[in-house]
Write a protein that binds this ligand. Structure first.
Ligand code: LUZ
Ligand code: MOS
Length: 808
């Protein structure tokens, strides 16, 4: 800040994103602490599975007089976090089921004392052999709940009639969220047995419920606040609750504020990740490339507790056929219980795993049938009016449009020719490409969760405060809320302030998740604002200049109403519909009446008009019959297509992305810059999952990739290639706020294209006779590998294995 600038001027035009970028925002770990705050450190189970847990805390307690050790016995309420099933104790009691599961909580006067004391807690017990693999758990009958099964059409007949029937298996690994801010909470005991907690959570209400349950106090006695998060990606949807609840337990027990912040190593070992899946597919198609039927079985590695696995498996089931239309589908999904950390929500939420399987199936079908993959894909893209296998008739389908807009830019067949020509003239560096079409359903798969609220206050000076259930985590949701409110009141953005998220301002909120943060919360804020605006306009009818203006002949307004801006249309008072607020002034028809925004507010306050309102939004049209497997589980879908070009250096054993072109259906973005950022970030995360991020557990169930030196994520060097993002043309979405579409998750799927682009570069290398003695026509199966991530070492192993089987 320059000395001459006033504080107010400095912040006037600096949106959250700029403050964030320049390090001027604070997170839980940055907050000033009340006097006497204790620091908490969780103690994790030493192995993946065991019973007869014994703790010896004597040495730890002797370290410092401030040290306290809490165990399951110290929990006043219920020692349970599970909602779908009661299978997740807050603190392990007797037995433990994954390495790092919390077995005790250490409190001390500062971080380092607490950490040292935690290391002195002696844990013993009887170790049991762990089960780590989903298929192994399945074989032992360790599945959680009933399998999910959805079927439509006649799958057996489809295979009988097909000219090609192709089968295969796929593996996709987990993924670390690696949010910059680790899990963090501060719990502050308040008067009257009340608990106040600041948590780095995507879902303050979920944390409120967990604290209330574990402490055995009513939800109204618990207040949870989330200011902003340094990233979350699903990792703080359900799994912020244990850390906040542990802090609250410590605060309850000691009567002092307690802060708990996981360090990176603890966070990587103790928190859930994306679910690994192991899947089988069978796909049948005609010789001209029409897909007739698909059968898929998913073995989801759910980890030790159910957590969000069920909702995630549902999302997998809804994305079985990816962006394609398949008339007959049979899908089965198993949640397999293993002795790994409970796997949890991660951007995409079970859909990326499904997309990987269906792309693998098409990829293999192309290899077996000889039909070029891009022709096979284009031919089977889902089209207008199609009904999904779960019974939802799709409207405003944009799969083909986005593919064709991309094709116009990139000329996919020319690209294919160019890459083949390149591969003929280059022996040691080979190229490949993959077109990745996406169709992603928007709504929480659990219908009840598709609701949200907002609270809007207009202050006398014309500034506006908005609170919603949305949590800002770098995705720009507060910017979208702000735009919706500012547009509704016709005022400048800088007048609007979006408040931190608190359970006492907006209650019963759903987590900011499922890409729906803006759809639900910006809409609730818009509805609340519209209510206040209607009060203001109705009041304005009583003002003389307005009365005078109304006596002039009515004139049609020139603005075409945007979606969500249908006020007036159904208004009973047609005079009100001639009034509007824009450019900080009151208009009648298209003429200003000489009353500015703040002058209008002053008059309204004088006349005792309520300038606060609560807004509520429930996403429309959702229903689903689980037993029939039919219904309408999504408000709409997001479409898009990306083409990824990659190369593989056969000598150095390294892959590289060369270029990515995207056409994305963003509706009419509320702020295009934010959506571009989301697409770019999601793409990086998808590419990381597909190509780099190598989550490794030892055979004893210990996380081996538990540091940033052993777990490689995409960085700015990796992302250093031409990336062209274009939005789909004519894309207004009548089903979400201001014509926009949700953006957070769908573009992650584009990254899966990176997998197949590199795989095809490898295949080009293998089929180059100068290069490799293997001749694909001599082997019965095409050289394919559906085992994600396709890291460089896996690629090299694949090459050497394929060469080893020459002529087999
Ligand atoms: N969370 C959730 C999600 O609870 N339900 C969902 O359907 C979902 N989808 C994507 C991401 N998070
Ligand atoms: Mo979720 S994967 O928290 O949107």
């Amino acid at each position: 800040m320059k000395a001459a600038e006033s504080y107010a001027d400095y912040y006037k035009d600096r949106p959250e994103s700029l403050l964030n970028l320049t390090g001027q925002t604070s997170y839980v770990d940055d907050l000033p602490l009340p006097e006497g705050t204790l620091f908490a450190v969780p103690v994790g189970a030493p192995s993946a599975r065991g019973r007869n847990l014994q703790l010896d805390a004597r040495e730890a307690l002797a370290l410092d007089p401030s040290v306290r050790i809490l165990t399951a016995r110290d929990i006043p309420g219920e020692n349970q976090l599970g909602y779908v099933l009661p299978d997740e104790p807050l603190i392990a009691d007797g037995e433990w089921s994954y390495k790092g599961e919390v077995v005790a909580l250490v409190l001390a006067r500062d971080r380092s004392t607490a950490r040292r004391a935690a290391r002195l807690v002696r844990i013993s017990g009887e170790e049991l052999p762990p089960v780590l693999d989903a298929r192994e758990a399945f074989a032992r009958g360790d599945i959680i709940m009933q399998p999910l099964h959805l079927e439509s059409g006649d799958v057996d007949r489809a295979f009988a009639e097909a000219d090609f029937v192709v089968t295969g298996s796929c593996e996709s690994d987990g993924q670390e969220h690696l949010y910059l801010e680790t899990q963090a909470a501060i719990a502050i005991p308040e008067d009257g047995g009340r608990m106040y907690c600041i948590s780095s959570t995507q879902g303050p209400t979920g944390v409120q419920k967990a604290i209330s349950r574990v402490l055995g106090i009513p939800m109204a006695q618990v207040e949870v606040e989330a200011r902003r998060l340094g990233g979350a990606f699903g990792g703080k949807e359900d799994q912020a609750a244990p850390w906040a609840t542990l802090a609250a337990l410590g605060a309850w027990y000691t009567g002092r504020p307690v802060k708990l912040v996981l360090n990176r190593a603890e966070d990587m070992v103790m928190t859930g990740k994306r679910h690994p899946y192991s899947s089988d597919f069978k796909i049948g198609l005609t010789k001209d490339g029409r897909i007739l039927g698909l059968e898929v079985t998913y073995y989801q590695n759910s980890g030790a507790c159910i957590d969000l696995s069920l909702a995630i498996l549902w999302r997998t089931m809804f994305h079985v056929s990816g962006a394609y239309y398949i008339p007959s589908v049979r899908a089965t999904g198993y949640m397999c219980r293993t002795n790994l950390v409970p796997f949890t929500a991660f951007r995409g939420f079970g859909a990326p795993q499904a997309f990987f399987v269906i792309e693998s199936a098409l990829h293999k079908a192309a290899a077996v049938s000889g039909i070029p993959l891009i022709d096979l894909q284009r031919k089977n893209l889902i089209s207008e009016g199609a009904t999904t296998y779960y019974g939802m008739q799709l409207q405003d389908v944009r799969a083909q449009r986005s593919w064709d807009q991309l094709d116009e830019r990139v000329h996919l067949h020319d690209l294919k020719d160019r890459i083949e020509a390149f591969n003929r003239t280059h022996r040691l560096v080979k190229r490949g490409f993959h077109v990745m079409p996406v169709c992603f359903g928007i709504s929480f798969t659990k219908i009840m969760m598709n609701q949200g609220g907002a609270l809007v206050h207009v202050y006398a000076d014309g500034s506006v405060s908005v609170a919603t259930g949305a949590v800002e985590m770098g995705q720009g949701v507060i910017r979208k809320i702000l735009v919706a409110v500012a547009q509704t009141f016709g005022i400048q953005d800088s007048r609007v302030r979006v408040e931190r998220t608190k359970t006492t301002t907006v209650a019963n909120t759903v987590p900011t998740a499922a890409s729906t943060g803006a759809d639900i919360n910006a809409m609730a804020a818009l509805l609340a604002s519209r209510e206040i605006k209607t009060r203001l306009l109705t009041f304005a009818l009583t003002l003389d200049p307005v009365k005078k203006a109304l006596q002039r002949a009515p004139q049609a307004t020139t603005d075409a109403p945007l979606t969500g801006e249908t006020e007036g249309a159904g208004s009973q008072n047609s005079d009100v519909s001639r009034l509007s607020l824009k450019e900080e002034a009151l208009y009648v028809d298209d003429y200003p009446v000489g009353l500015g925004w703040t002058a209008l507010l002053a008059k309204a306050l004088e006349a005792r008009v309520d300038l606060s309102a609560h807004g509520y939004y429930a996403s429309p049209g959702l229903h689903f019959d689980q037993s029939a497997g039919q219904g309408h589980p999504f408000v709409y879908h997001v479409y898009g297509t990306a083409v990824v070009q990659a190369e593989f250096d056969m000598l150095r054993g390294q892959s590289r992305i060369i270029q990515i072109d995207v056409v994305h259906d963003g509706g009419i973005p509320i702020d295009e810059r934010i959506d571009r950022g989301q697409i770019c970030g999601a793409l990086a995360q998808g590419l990381g999952w597909a190509l780099l991020e190598d989550l490794r557990f030892s055979e004893k169930g210990e996380l081996l990739s538990s540091t940033l030196s052993t777990y490689k994520v995409p960085d700015s060097h990796f992302m250093d290639f031409p990336l062209h993002i274009e939005f789909l043309k004519d894309a207004l979405n009548p089903l979400a706020v201001l014509g926009s579409k949700a953006v957070g998750e769908p573009p992650l799927m584009y990254g899966i294209g990176g997998y197949f682009a590199v795989l095809d570069a490898l295949r080009a290398g293998l089929s180059d006779k100068n290069n490799s003695p293997i001749n694909e026509s001599l082997v019965s199966e095409p050289a394919v590998l559906y085992d994600l991530p396709l890291t460089n070492d896996k690629a090299l192993l694949f090459l050497s294995r394929q060469r080893g089987r020459k002529g087999a």
